[in-house]
Ligand binder design. Structure first.
Ligand code: G4P
Length: 283
């Protein structure tokens, strides 16, 4: 799903989120493991303060395992509960239940002191578009039953999915707006396919991607495309040659080569990459 964001959309999404957050005990925030910084919107910290939080690093199957570990430790240091998952193949799902209960420990204890026992924790999923929210809800909820909420305080039209006796999940995810005012964030979101390609020029995107991969993953491009790793524009020419990307008249078609590289990056064909590291690491 592709989105165009206008101030009106953001206000609406924010208001909806504020309403939904009131109903839950824990926010399950999905981020893209390849770009854990750019795929977050820190506004959720303010919107969801006083609520337990679990960060799910999704699409871990496409990300660099070692760097995923670094990000995992980083988020944990910041006080979040974290699980790395591949929602499409349902990997990592088993750990989630345990982490939800850990994250909600205080609330459960508070309930117990007030004589409330066995009340399920209520959760909602949030994240920017394309991060895998629907895939996750489908994979996680699986065959769990959905029940209409005619409880007081339940927004009309919303349903709770009972995952088990301890957790209920709001059926519709909260959509966070991407923070693409920052150019690097915008580029990274476009590279993983989370914002419209048309916003950025394909050739420039591919050159920027090659620059990152040549710097952080030397050897990967050479192995996939059989080109010597030099300056990124030369590498793009080499890829166009080796992959026979030609226009009419046998001229090299750089845009075709650029689209190919971006596509193969997104689908993990070149390798598993994480293209950003925690700020404190970069410094
Ligand atoms: P959203 O609700 O947050 O907008 O995201 P959605 O679930 O629609 O997922 C967006 C795309 O990301 C989908 O691909 C989905 O299959 C893919 N995806 C979700 N989780 C994972 C994951 O853990 N690993 C990988 N590799 N991909 C994941 P699509 O191309 O839009 O659709 P399709 O190819 O699945 O039909």
């Amino acid at each position: 799903m592709q989105f165009q964001w206008y101030p009106g959309h953001m206000m609406k999404a924010k208001r909806q989120m504020q309403e939904d957050i009131k109903l839950v005990d824990i926010i399950i925030e999905l981020v893209d493991a390849r770009i854990p910084f750019s795929s977050r919107n820190p506004d959720i910290d303010e919107l969801g303060k006083n609520k337990a939080r679990l960060i799910l690093m999704n699409k871990a199957d496409l990300a660099d395992t070692k760097k995923t570990e670094v990000w995992n430790a980083y988020f944990k240091r910041k006080g979040y509960f974290v699980v790395c998952i591949d929602a499409r193949r349902k990997n990592g799902m088993k750990l989630i239940q345990h982490e939800i209960m850990e994250a909600c420990k205080e609330k459960i204890e508070r309930n117990r002191r007030r004589g409330i026992q066995n009340r399920p924790m209520r959760a909602m999923v949030v994240g920017i578009p394309n991060v895998g929210k629907s895939t996750f809800i489908n994979s996680y909820a699986g065959r769990a039953c959905a029940k209409t909420g005619n409880k007081p305080g339940v927004t009309k039209g919303r349903q709770w999915i009972c995952l088990n006796k301890n957790v209920e999940l709001l059926d519709t995810p909260g959509i966070l707006w991407p923070k693409f005012e920052d150019q690097t964030v915008g580029l990274h979101l476009a590279l993983v396919g989370s914002i419209k390609d048309e916003i950025l020029n394909t050739d420039e995107m591919a050159v920027s991607l090659l620059k990152i991969l040549l710097r952080d993953y030397p050897g990967a491009i050479e192995e996939r495309y059989g080109v010597k790793e030099k300056e990124e524009t030369e590498v793009l020419c080499g890829i166009a040659e080796n992959r026979n990307c030609l226009k009419k008249g046998n001229e090299l078609d750089y845009t075709k080569a650029a689209a190919l590289v971006i596509d193969e990056f997104r689908s993990g064909k070149i390798g598993r990459f994480t293209i950003e590291m925690p700020k404190e690491q970069e410094n």
